[in-house]
Design a protein around this ligand. Structure first.
Ligand code: TYM
Length: 326
């Protein structure tokens, strides 16, 4: 059985891209040997408010549980609860090169326009590599934007193994058939991301059904009338991708279904499907949010399970690198 690891940052409001690109699949495929991590150490690589971070960490755990992650089936935990992530990062820092980190697209995007760029932001992909490698993950289920980071993880693992002997499993990223890159509804050339940057283009999981419907009805399309996926119809292509991911139907079948119908009908069906998949998630979230202590308890148990695996990996890593064992 494949070992699986994936992570999400507790920064910004969770949105439909997170759900369709990653979390719905985590919940569907979860089993023993799957690790899902709230990566709080990644979230401090840009300026943040400590109280907000603490709040968002618990809040994100509620969303993940609401999406269907079952702490008895898979391991859900907070990254900073397992110290080995930081320790492994340092060792991998000595195996990763400046050149390969400088090529990371996410670093270029996130550092653009900032007058203060932390070393942590630059080093972010190495921490991500440590996350994945500590658990000997074979597969990393993510959205398309994480492809480059997982490829880098593989390169770092390969280099470590060739220098110090076979230690790490080489992971590969896996992507959903549709929904791997949900675009912003107003700026269809940008991926959907934090709502603070584009409130009308982002569907927050916490949005009401009415707000969700309005945002979809107002999504940017084109002046044509055909519901068809095409490079010059990015808005329609994105909505088709969303509908396909939400319903599990093929894009070609959806195109056939909408022949002769206008954009209005199409958008109404997209809104209904999106609200349909999010309804149970939103309901469950409200229940979980009422009992944060119970959620924190689950996270502590998750950390104990994760730590057992990470600590065993680190014992091997220290020995391989030549650190004197105590
Ligand atoms: P993050 O927190 O930005 O996103 C969490 C997951 O959601 C996916 N995603 C999307 N999928 C489709 N369309 C979108 N518009 C969209 N936006 C986000 C992401 O691809 C991701 O799967 N660096 C990671 C967190 C991380 C990690 C890891 C992931 C840290 N360590 C180890 C995997 C393995 C990140 O910032 O994801």
């Amino acid at each position: 059985m494949a070992r699986v690891f994936s992570g999400v940052q507790p920064s910004g409001a969770p949105h439909l891209g997170n759900y369709l690109g990653a979390w719905s699949r985590w919940a569907r495929e979860q089993s023993d040997g799957h690790f899902y991590c709230i990566v709080d150490l990644h979230a401090i690589t840009i300026p943040h408010d400590p109280a907000v971070l603490r709040e968002r960490t618990v809040d994100l755990a509620c969303w993940l549980l609401a999406c269907g992650l079952d702490p008895d089936a898979a391991t859900l935990f907070v990254q900073s609860h397992v110290r080995e992530h930081s320790e492994c990062t340092w060792i991998l820092n000595c195996v990763a090169s400046m050149g390969e980190l400088q090529r990371m697209v996410q670093f270029k995007e996130k550092s653009e326009g900032r007058d203060f760029i932390s070393v942590g932001l630059f080093d972010y992909p190495v921490l991500q590599a440590a996350d994945i490698l500590l658990y000997h993950a074979d597969e990393v289920p993510v959205g398309e934007d994480q492809r480059q980071h997982v490829e880098l993880t593989r390169d770092i693992a390969q280099r470590f193994n060739s220098r110090f002997g076979d230690t790490f499993t080489l992971p590969r990223a896996t992507f959903p058939k549709t929904g791997a890159r949900i675009m912003d509804l107003q700026h269809v050339d940008r991926k959907m991301s934090k709502s603070a940057e584009s409130p009308q283009g982002t569907i927050d999981l916490a949005d009401s059904e009415e707000a969700t419907r309005k945002k979809i009805m107002r999504a940017v399309t084109d002046s044509g009338s055909e519901v068809r996926a095409a490079p010059d119809k990015q808005g329609i292509t994105n909505l088709l991708d969303m509908l396909s991911a939400a319903t599990g139907k093929d894009v070609a079948d959806l195109e056939a279904h909408f022949v002769g119908k206008g954009y209005g009908d199409f958008k109404r069906e997209v809104a209904e499907a999106v609200n349909g998949v999010l309804r149970p998630v939103r309901d469950r979230y409200s229940e979980l949010r009422d009992d944060p202590a119970a959620v924190e308890d689950l996270l502590r148990k998750g950390a104990d399970r994760a730590r057992a695996v990470a600590a065993a990996t680190m014992d091997g890593v220290r020995a391989r690198v030549g650190l004197l064992l105590r």
